[in-house]
Structures are given as C-alpha cells and as structure tokens.
Design a protein around this ligand. Structure first.
Ligand code: SR1
Ligand code: MG
Length: 416
C-alpha cells in the first residue's frame, strides 16, 4: 500500500479524512501544498487551507540525502509516532500535536508550527531564545526520568524497550556515522579540505580517541537507560522567542540518557564556535556568544535540578528500592548516591557531546552552523576549535567535573 505521495495524491488523501478536511477548511482544490523538507531522510509537506494548516511528514524508503542506493526501513515512521505519543504524555506542549498517522504510508500529520523556525537557523542568525532552557530541560528531565528504571517497574520498562527494539536500522546509522566513520577512512566522510586534512588524519591515528569513541559506542548500544529522542540536535527543535517544540524523534530507542543531553550541549557549543565565522557586528557576536555559553551552563544545571527533583518526589521504580533506604541514614545515603548518579551521567554527557561534534565536521552529515561560513579558512578555524575542545572532552571526559569546566575550556579554545 505504500507509495511516495506527491501533491495531488496528498490532497486526495487529506480530503478523505473528515477531521483534517474540516481543520483545513475550504475546497481541497484550493489548499496550498508545498514540499519543504530539508532534512536528511524524509518528505515534509506544509498544507494550508482557508481555515488552518498542517505539517505532513512521510518517510521515504531510502536516505533522502544520499538517494535510492541507501535503502532505509519505512518502519521508522512507526517508531517516530510511538515516541511522539509518549513524549506528548510526558512533556505536554513541548512536541507538535499529532493529528493522524498511517503506518502503511509511513505518514504522520501534525499541527503546523507557526511562526516557529528550526532553532539551528535562528542560532546561525545569532538569535537568542530566552524560553529555551526551561523548555528543553523540562523535556529532557521528564522524558528521560519517567521512562527509566528510576520511575518504572521492571516489567513495564522491559516491554517499553521491546517496543522500540525494531528501530535498529536508525540506531545503525548513528553507530556508523557518529561512532565509527569519522575515525577511519570511509567513502562518505567529508570535511573542509584541504584545511582540515591534517586534523582528519590525526583522528584516524589517535588510539586514545579510538578507545574513547568505542567506549561511547558500546554505551550507546548496550545501555537501555531511558527512551531517547535519539537525534536531539538544534535541527530537531523548532522555536519562537518563547516557545519550544521538539520534533523528529525517528531515531528513538532505549539508550543512554547522556546521548540526548550531550546532543543539545554539542549543538549549542558548535553554534558558539561557528559564531566567529559569521558576518555580524562585534557587539552582536559578543552578546550571542555570552548567551550561548550561559545557555550551555543552564541546560545542564537546570536539567540536573529537574531530574533530581523528579527522582526525589516522583514515582519510584524497581531500581533503588525504598525498602533498602529507610530512616535518616537511608535518606542521606540515597541522596549521596543520586549525586553520584548525576556525576556519571554528566561524564557520559560530556563524551557524547564530543562525539556529536566530531561527526558534524568529519562525517557525512554536516550542519549549517559551519557550512554557511563561506570563507573556508574561517570555517576551518571554527571547526578546528570545536574539534580541539571535543577531543579533550572525549578522551578526558571524567576530568570535566562541572559544566563550568566545559564552558571554561570552550572559552579558552575560542581564543586559541
Ligand atoms: C543519513 S542520516 C544522517 C543524519 O541525519 C539525521 O538527522 C541524523 O543525525 C543522522 O545521523
Ligand atoms: Mg531529523
């Protein structure tokens, strides 16, 4: 039953769904339909009628960025729908409203987010988002805590892991493109050449880095701690000045929490390093860079505060049974253990943030933060700074004890 939908086909399909037809309003022939997808994998249509609009996402049976030579299961649309539904329960108002889903067509219809834009585009334009920290930390704290063994009975957690286990083709993309290819010769790697040729060769020869990235890969593959978004970069977040919506969870699966938190931090840090390469006044540049680093600090600190708060006051899962931590002595010991847990999660986060940075500079999929810096030397300088910080964060993740250690190191590298 699957077919790739084109405009006319989509119009007929939506016209056959009474609720959506009413929401759009007017005659279907008058609906304005535009394909706007600029991501790596899917088709995305904006449909506007006399009364309202919707966004329609359809998975293609291959990787859009590469073409039909790289097939990819349509089932990712099913997992994206599952994840969006769960995230909507756990973090209401922070994901787009789901209006319709069709597994066979690998198609999902969602609320049209207007006037939201992709956050990465805003960051490239040096826009500051005052509501972002509160929203993204609520999203991460709630989706990660409530799907973990800290909050769930073991059987429920295991059923939930199983529900996402089939999304392994998307995990494999991450395993290859983030955790393996940038560190070896791979056909699809690319970088700002020849400026970064030497750095690329260093990565391929750096055994400490190879051990560190392999440990992270193992953690990614073998630590089903919580339901991850799985691709939580600033291209998966839509914003206005005061609103945040997390989109595109097609990489969702049960994995290590630090992978999501690290993705957010890495993409903010890349926006920070890219800033020096973009045309903007000195004043704009300075204000933006101060804001981004403050945001990095606050994202970790607020996330940790909210997560711990949920742990102290929320439901109790089968890990850390309350019967083992009774009385004042038990309460004190459990609180110390919570702090130790957060420290381990921070170390994971630092390592994953580094991995998410290096892949954007030497792997297949790049980001516009760097790509839109026209002058290759300026681009390469921004990228090399990001790699310098990332190398240290990956190999010596545990030496970064607080987020201030990360932002402090970023400031030093920025002036390098
Ligand atoms: C072939 S897919 C490349 C990348 O696009 C997605 O956004 C993920 O980040 C993936 O790694
Ligand atoms: Mg995406």
């Amino acid at each position: 039953d699957y077919r790739i939908l084109h405009e006319a086909d989509l119009r007929d399909y939506l016209a056959g769904l009474p609720d959506l037809k009413a929401l759009l309003g007017g005659e279907p022939a008058s609906w304005e339909i535009t394909e706007v997808g600029d991501g790596n994998l899917n088709l995305v249509f904006i449909v506007k009628g006399a009364k309202g609009g919707v966004a329609v996402k359809q998975a293609l049976p291959y990787v859009r960025l590469v073409g039909e030579s790289w097939p990819l299961p349509l089932s990712r649309a099913h997992y994206e729908y599952l994840a969006l539904s769960r995230q909507a329960q756990l973090a209401p108002g922070l994901v787009p409203a789901l209006l319709h889903h069709n597994d066979k067509l690998a198609l999902t219809v969602m609320e049209l987010l207007e006037p939201h834009i992709i956050m990465r585009k805003g960051l490239v334009a040096a826009t500051q988002y005052p509501g972002f920290v509160d929203d993204i930390t609520t999203f991460m704290a709630r989706t990660l805590f409530f799907t973990s063994d800290l909050a769930l009975p073991a059987a429920e957690k295991k059923e939930a892991i199983a529900a996402f286990a089939g999304n392994h083709a998307l995990c494999k993309i991450t395993e290859d493109l983030i955790f393996t290819d940038p560190y070896r010769i791979a056909e699809q790697n690319r970088w700002t050449a020849p400026h970064l040729d030497g750095l690329a060769a260093n990565l391929r020869d750096d055994m400490e880095l190879h051990v560190a990235i392999s440990r992270l890969k193992l953690k990614f593959m073998a630590s089903p701690e919580a339901l991850l978004h799985g691709d939580l970069h600033t291209g998966s977040i839509m914003v206005t000045e005061n609103q945040t919506r997390v989109i595109d969870p097609e990489f969702a699966f049960y994995g290590p929490m630090g992978f999501d938190v690290g993705a957010v931090l890495a993409n903010l840090l890349m926006a920070y390093f890219a800033s020096a390469g973009h045309e903007r006044t000195q004043g704009e540049r300075a204000a933006f860079e101060v804001w981004v680093l403050e945001t990095v600090d606050k994202v970790w600190n607020e996330f940790a505060r909210k997560f711990l708060d949920l742990w102290r006051t929320g439901p109790t899962g089968d890990a850390y049974p309350t019967s083992l931590f009774t009385g004042d002595k038990g309460a004190l010991r459990l609180e110390a253990e919570r702090q130790a847990y957060m420290q381990r999660l921070f170390t994971d986060t630092v390592g994953f943030a580094a991995a998410k940075t290096i892949r954007r500079i030497f792997g297949l999929a790049h980001n516009i933060d760097f790509e839109l810096i026209e002058d290759p030397w300026r681009r390469a300088i921004s990228e090399a700074r990001a790699v310098r910080l990332a190398r240290g964060m990956m190999v010596e993740a545990a030496a970064f004890r607080t987020i201030a250690d990360v932002t402090g190191a970023a400031r030093k590298v920025r002036d390098w």
